[in-house]
Design a protein. Structure first.
Length: 89
């Protein structure tokens, strides 16, 4: 089984991938390929800076878009550490 956890904006391409696998004779692989989608994840500029990311962004958007390809993301361990620090325990 292959589970692709990818932004919902990639849903069409994931569907095409499954169709291509099936068309090439890899029906079992196509059936075992699952796309778990999620909506866009964004950070405020202040939060991005606090996490150590260069929030300078020339798009003029009021947020910084999280992008795995660009190395901009929030690791669960880092998030839990910050929450523990803020909660005092």
């Amino acid at each position: 089984m292959v589970c692709n956890v990818i932004d919902t904006r990639q849903a069409y391409l994931q569907k095409l991938l499954k169709q291509a696998l099936a068309a090439l004779g890899f029906e079992d692989q196509a059936k075992r390929s699952i796309h778990y989608s999620y909506e866009m994840v964004a950070l405020t500029h202040n939060t991005a800076r606090e996490l150590g990311y260069d929030a300078a962004d020339d798009t003029g958007k009021p947020f910084v878009e999280v992008s795995g390809r660009k190395g901009l993301g929030v690791k669960a361990d880092d998030l839990l550490d910050r929450l523990t620090e803020q909660g005092g325990g």
